[in-house]
Design a binder for this molecule. Structure first.
Ligand code: NAG
Length: 445
């Protein structure tokens, strides 16, 4: 340990592991430490025994749930957009060689008390039960506009320059109802709130295109998910880092961060100091450098049936747009099953999450819980959300954000890109594939 590193990474949550993987690939000398004896930190996947130990230490898992090793329950469920930035990072770094991904069978949205598939093009809009007959026609025109839009060809603009007009103008032009705006903004464009409405429409347009392109990739939904659960991801990036000379140490307590003239110069652990120019880590390692921004409530639910009204989907994301249930934050359901090797045969896990708004967080999940049918077992947790108070450029300590309530990777990727830029000074570029044979050098393909 008495060595010198370019970067020391603290915590093996997914965000930290992606960063250490990316930096290792670029030739940085990386040391990665975690105080736990397992990978994943807050974003770990647990087997049944570990799950009960965490939430019900006084209970054994009931035998009806079958073999321990069949379960990999994500504490923080996330799906990846098939054509999104996260998938690009996986291909770019070649982490895909350690993992197998499968598509998520459905992407649904809640409107007027029922759930239905999120329509993603004009054909689907016309057949969607989410809209009445006249609204279907308006939505069809909207989707045709989005698909035909070309920034370089004003003939496709229908008088709307998406670089400048706000999204409200686009909705107005096509006469879309508030309930349709809800699913376009929250289930297709995956916005977290409605502030996008008054912003230039370009970003929303790009997000809708990302959804459509991801959808076109596999067909059933825009989302993919790794077999055996998300816990595979930190380990995949750890193996990647190791190939490029990175060092991983689990079960390693951090005693002290060592500074000189206000700049980080090392991390002390078990009496030894590892020297470094920069430290990256999750908020739990820096209690005095982060602020609490809110709380997220999650319910991990075990079901012995698919979620009702989802055509027996083996896996699904359901978004409940905030306004549909008079809230200020969306509620997300991410369900996976034995089809992804994360539960025993004929079992599903559905994780429901949202940002806490009241003093009774569990009750806030009710509109989502009511969609699940009978629940065999549930584990509720409320976690604090933290983010750094400073960008890290002054002291060389770069802190990631806690995982929010979303059930997709878009915000996590945003954080990866943000920290990457703060640490390296460059924008993250993930084009092409870097490849390294065990004996050879790195190069772009
Ligand atoms: C609309 O989406 C569905 C499902 O992805 C696809 O089968 C169909 O071909 C698409 N239609 C058009 C016109 O893009």
């Amino acid at each position: 340990m008495d060595e010198s590193y370019d970067v020391i990474v603290l915590g093996t949550g997914l965000t930290e592991c992606i960063l250490s993987g990316l930096l290792s690939v670029e030739g940085k000398k990386v040391l990665h430490m975690d105080r736990n004896d397992y990978y994943g930190g807050e974003s770990a996947s647990l087997n049944l025994t570990q799950l009960y130990r965490k939430f019900r230490p006084d209970q054994q898992p009931p035998s009806q749930f079958g073999r321990d090793r069949d379960w990999n329950v994500d504490l923080i469920p996330k799906f990846a957009m098939a054509s999104g930035e996260f998938t690009n990072i996986l291909y770019h770094t070649d982490v895909t060689r350690y993992l197998e991904f499968r598509q998520i069978a459905g992407s649904y949205v809640y409107r007027d008390g029922r759930i239905s598939k999120v329509p993603s093009n004009q054909t689907e809009a016309v057949s969607s039960p989410l809209m009445g007959i006249f609204e279907k026609r308006r939505a069809k025109k909207f989707f045709e506009f989005v698909q035909g839009y070309d920034f370089n060809n004003p003939a496709t603009h229908q008088g709307l320059d998406l670089n400048t007009v706000p999204m409200t103008e686009v909705y107005k032009k096509f006469g879309l109802e508030p309930g349709t705006q809800d699913f376009v903004g929250h289930a297709l464009a995956l916005h977290l709130d409605d502030s996008y409405m008054t912003q230039p429409a370009k970003e929303t347009y790009e997000r809708i295109c990302l959804y459509m392109n991801s959808m076109a990739r596999y067909g059933k939904s825009p989302y993919i998910y790794p077999l055996y659960g998300l816990g595979e991801l930190p380990q995949g990036f750890a193996r990647l880092s190791a190939i490029y000379g990175g060092t991983y140490m689990l079960n390693k307590k951090v005693d002290e961060l060592v500074y000189e003239d206000g700049k980080i110069v090392g991390v002390k652990s078990e009496g030894e100091v590892a020297k470094t120019k920069a430290v990256i880590g999750d908020p739990s390692y820096f209690p005095d450098k982060v602020k609490k921004t809110g709380q997220v409530v999650r319910a991990i639910c075990i079901l012995n049936h698919p979620i009702p009204n989802t055509a027996d989907a083996d896996s699904i994301q359901i978004v409940i747009p905030q306004k549909q249930v008079n809230r200020g934050h969306d509620i997300y359901i991410a369900a996976v099953s034995y089809a992804h090797n994360v539960a025993a045969k004929d079992y599903w896990t559905a994780i429901v999450s949202t940002i806490v708004e009241t003093s009774d967080p569990e009750k806030e999940l009710q509109p989502a819980m009511a969609l699940l049918g009978p629940i065999a077992e549930k584990f509720i947790s409320v976690s604090d959300l933290y983010e750094p108070v400073a960008d890290g450029r002054a002291d060389g300590v770069y802190i990631t954000k806690s995982y929010d309530a979303t059930s997709h990777f878009e915000t996590t990727c945003q954080d990866v890109k943000d920290v990457y830029k703060r640490v390296t000074g460059n924008d993250l570029k993930v084009e092409g594939k870097v490849k390294k044979q065990e004996e050879g050098g790195a190069g772009a393909e």
